[in-house]
Design a binder for this molecule. Structure first.
Ligand SMILES: NC(=O)c1ccc[n+]([C@@H]2O[C@H](COP(=O)([O-])OP(=O)(O)OC[C@H]3O[C@@H](n4cnc5c(N)ncnc54)[C@H](OP(=O)(O)O)[C@@H]3O)[C@@H](O)[C@H]2O)c1
Length: 265
């Protein structure tokens, strides 16, 4: 049940049953946030939430598969029963795909780009003035991974959401035809994160009149299931990079950060 009198800030983290999502939830909880931990598999998410907070007073749980419209709608419907408002949304859920498997490449775009886009749209009505949206991106989403023509289109200061969606659609069409390399596209993972970063810039601009900030973060190369054992950073260090983006000054919006410092798009 919602404690209406609680003035504790609230946060929701996607893909938080393991890895950087769980760590971000842990760091937000330690900082005094009431956290809604979400995961696509309920049993794993409930176990993760209990590992942070056995009695569920500071950390509550809701199922969320970011690629499933029904799951997103159910979360939006239930959210008012969990928290009075949403101060911080961390779009963390993601998958990695670097090879040529077309099905996996399309799934990567669905999870890493359409997922955070649709979750943000659905939860926006709960985010008040002063709210913060953090997109967990990657250095592999830097514009430098694109060839010149594509880079200019993604980097355009006048890029709109429909234009961004049609750029992503042109990648998916190239993928269907097996023409993505010929057309100059990098890995699906890079395309997903470049697109997510472009969305961050657009939303940062569009939501500034509502007093809501939107920033992207690179956690660095982290020893999670995705990053592998050979990665250079521990999970707490990677999670801290995400946490510091949540805690940026109130006027910082539309930027890309690592460890609380701006990095190039
Ligand atoms: N690790 C790195 O070096 C690194 C570097 C740069 C950026 N990142 C980014 O950091 C974020 C977290 O990655 P990680 O390293 O913590 O990876 P991870 O250990 O593989 O965890 C990924 C999380 O995303 C969840 N997820 C995947 N698809 C989902 C979906 N459709 N709906 C909801 N949740 C879903 C997974 O849930 P399941 O357990 O159900 O699969 C898991 O909880 C990702 O966005 C990733 O791209 C990671």
């Amino acid at each position: 049940m919602v404690d209406e009198k609680s003035d504790r800030p609230t946060a929701l983290v996607t893909g938080a049953n393991r890895g950087l999502g769980l760590e971000t939830a842990r760091q937000l909880q330690a900082d005094g946030y009431r956290v809604v931990l979400t995961s696509r598999t309920e049993s794993k998410g409930i176990a993760a939430a209990r590992s942070l907070d056995a009695d569920g007073k500071q950390v509550s749980y809701h199922q969320l598969d970011v690629t499933d419209q029904g799951s997103i709608a159910a979360l939006a419907q239930d959210l008012p029963n969990l928290i009075p408002r949403l101060d911080v949304l961390v779009n963390n859920a993601g998958i990695g795909s670097w090879g040529g498997d077309r099905r996996l490449a399309a799934q990567t775009i669905a999870t890493n780009y359409f997922g955070p886009r649709d979750v943000t749209d659905a939860l926006l009505p709960f985010i008040p003035r002063g709210g913060r949206i953090v997109m967990v991106s990657s250095g592999l989403g830097e514009l430098s991974y694109l060839e010149e023509n594509l880079r200019a289109r993604f980097d355009s200061p006048t890029l709109t959401r429909p234009a961004l969606d049609s750029l992503v659609a042109s990648y998916l069409a190239a993928l269907d035809q097996g023409a993505q390399k010929r057309d100059g596209w990098p890995s699906s993972y890079s395309v997903s994160k470049v697109s997510l970063n472009a969305l961050t810039r657009i939303l940062g601009r569009d939501l500034s009149s509502k007093g809501i900030t939107v920033n992207s973060v690179c956690p660095g190369w982290v020893r999670t299931d995705m990053g592998g054992r050979g990665a250079s950073r521990s999970v707490p260090v990677g999670g801290r990079s995400i946490f510091l983006t949540v805690k940026l000054p109130a006027d910082a919006t539309g930027g890309f950060y690592r460890d609380g410092k701006r990095i190039p798009w």
